[in-house]
Design a protein around this ligand. Structure first.
Ligand SMILES: [Zn+2]
Length: 360
């Protein structure tokens, strides 16, 4: 399909608008909308969070009566069903828009294509697939959640050039530079939850917040089979961000009490596995989950299909050490030809570090 440059620019504007709600819309997607008449933007909007109006509605409100005969750009197919809000197709028809340009169709097979069909049946011209790849990428977590009925898992780690995440003594602050850590804070703001294992809590006492970045804090999740954790930790301060601790049934009851008194949610789950935890997070309508765990838990999460995307920060440092840990535990692979091969690789320089992103 060939679209002119103007359509692409307007769709990119939709994506920019949509990103303003990054990390806030789950279980809904990120959606932005632009209304254009005679080559000028007359309305803009984005979906701020679940339960609030959709992007098209905000844009239509801004355009007012001017929307008659206008072209509406939206990165995701307008909805055609009654959810928490009335269908956007009805609002678009009521406003008498002439044309709707859609980035991608709804990934939900139960409703996919229905919005476009409704508009076309009522004489509205519909174009689909403008900047489709960018639209899919923006909502990759949402799409995965809808299609696979589980959250989208991202595994993030930082390692030295010789593949180590810490020294032989376990010291790991910091592998990468401040600019990379800033990128991690931005990443957290775009995710619904961050998961670490008990070792990370004991060794690093992390905050797992977005720090100086403006953006919501994700749900902080700790997976610990035995609940051998300190009674004082940054994660138990739940004023700025909630924390959930998953442990197995009946483990360390006194600490469970203490944590609950501090406002930490404790969930007992046996067997405690990455897949079971992801199922609980799915039921809580979370779309994107960031795994910031060590190699043992990371390997389990990969083996159980909980990881779809890898973000590897590589620092130009060499620390050495036969016993210093690497980012990945045992995957049970014996031949190099069995290695997991990432797809759609992208590379980015962040000061002196390199970020490699790819999909499993
Ligand atoms: Zn809608």
């Amino acid at each position: 399909m060939n679209h002119d440059n103007f359509d692409q620019q307007m769709m990119q504007r939709c994506l920019t608008l949509a990103r303003q709600a990054l990390g806030r819309t789950s279980p809904n997607p990120l959606v932005g909308s632009v209304i254009v008449k005679n080559g000028a933007i007359i309305g803009e909007g984005f979906h701020p969070k679940a339960g609030e109006p959709h992007a098209e509605i905000f844009a239509l409100r801004q355009a007012g009566e001017n929307a008659t005969g206008a072209t509406v750009y939206v990165n995701l197919e307008p909805c055609n069903h009654y959810g928490r809000t009335p269908p956007c197709t009805e609002a678009l028809l009521a406003a008498k828009v002439a044309k709707v340009v859609v980035g991608m169709i709804d990934p939900n097979p139960l409703v996919s294509g229905q919005g476009m069909e409704k508009l076309r049946q009522n004489g509205v011209e519909v174009i689909v697939g403008v900047e489709e790849a960018a639209c899919c990428q923006l909502n990759e977590g949402f799409i995965h959640r809808i299609v696979h009925k589980q959250p989208f898992g991202i595994l993030k780690y930082a390692m030295t050039l010789d593949g180590k995440i810490a020294t032989t003594t376990g010291h790991s602050a910091w592998v990468t530079g401040p600019a990379s850590r800033q990128v991690v804070h931005e990443l957290r703001a775009a995710c619904d939850a961050v998961i670490v294992g008990g070792n990370t809590v004991r060794r690093d006492n992390p905050h797992l917040t977005t720090h100086q970045v403006s953006g919501p804090n994700p749900l902080r999740v700790v997976m610990t089979r035995n609940l051998h954790l300190p009674s004082e930790a940054h994660l138990w301060d739940t004023e700025g961000a909630p924390t959930v601790v998953f442990t197995e049934w009946g483990k360390n009851i006194p600490l469970q009490e203490k944590l609950r008194n501090k406002g930490v949610e404790v969930i007992e789950l046996t067997p405690l596995t990455p897949a079971e935890v992801m199922q609980v997070l799915y039921e809580r309508e979370l779309s994107t989950v960031l795994w910031e765990c060590g190699g043992t838990l990371g390997a389990q999460a990969i083996a159980q299909g909980c990881i779809q995307k890898i973000l590897a920060f590589i620092a130009p440092k060499i620390i050495g050490g036969v016993l210093s840990p690497s980012p990945m535990g045992d995957l049970g692979l014996e031949k190099m030809t069995d290695a997991l091969l990432l797809k759609n690789i992208s590379l980015r320089h962040i000061d002196e570090d390199i970020l490699i992103e790819g999909y499993l």
